[in-house]
Design a protein around this ligand. Structure first.
Ligand SMILES: [Zn+2]
Ligand SMILES: [Zn+2]
Length: 108
């Protein structure tokens, strides 16, 4: 049964003055299986089209939009511009480093 994933974008965002292309990830190495995202054919910029990591408590990014929190390689938890409009990037250093490399997702 297909699950409907709420989309972040109501229409394809612009990048390099072109509409970005909607795709789906196939690679599950980072737990990103079948996530929809937009990519730019010009600069290869990409932004996920879902609400993963976007929560009410997230800081606002440089352009005034909500940010997306995600676990990045070699780092802890990093907040970035949810819609990829700006280069906002902040590491969340409130929590101590986890020994396990597990994402524990809370359902709320
Ligand atoms: Zn671009
Ligand atoms: Zn932004």
């Amino acid at each position: 049964m297909p699950r409907a994933i709420p989309r972040l974008f109501s229409r394809a965002p612009l990048c390099c003055e072109l509409r970005m292309t909607r795709r789906q990830t196939r690679d599950n190495s980072k737990g990103n299986m079948n996530r929809c995202f937009y990519s730019c054919g010009e600069c290869r910029r990409m932004v996920f089209d879902d609400w993963e990591g976007i929560r009410d408590g997230n800081p606002l990014c440089g352009c005034g939009e909500i940010s997306r929190g995600q676990v990045e390689l070699g780092c802890s938890y990093v907040f970035r511009c949810a819609r990829g409009k700006c280069d906002y990037r902040v590491e969340d250093e409130e929590d101590e480093e986890d020994e396990e490399d597990e994402e524990d997702e809370e359902d709320d």
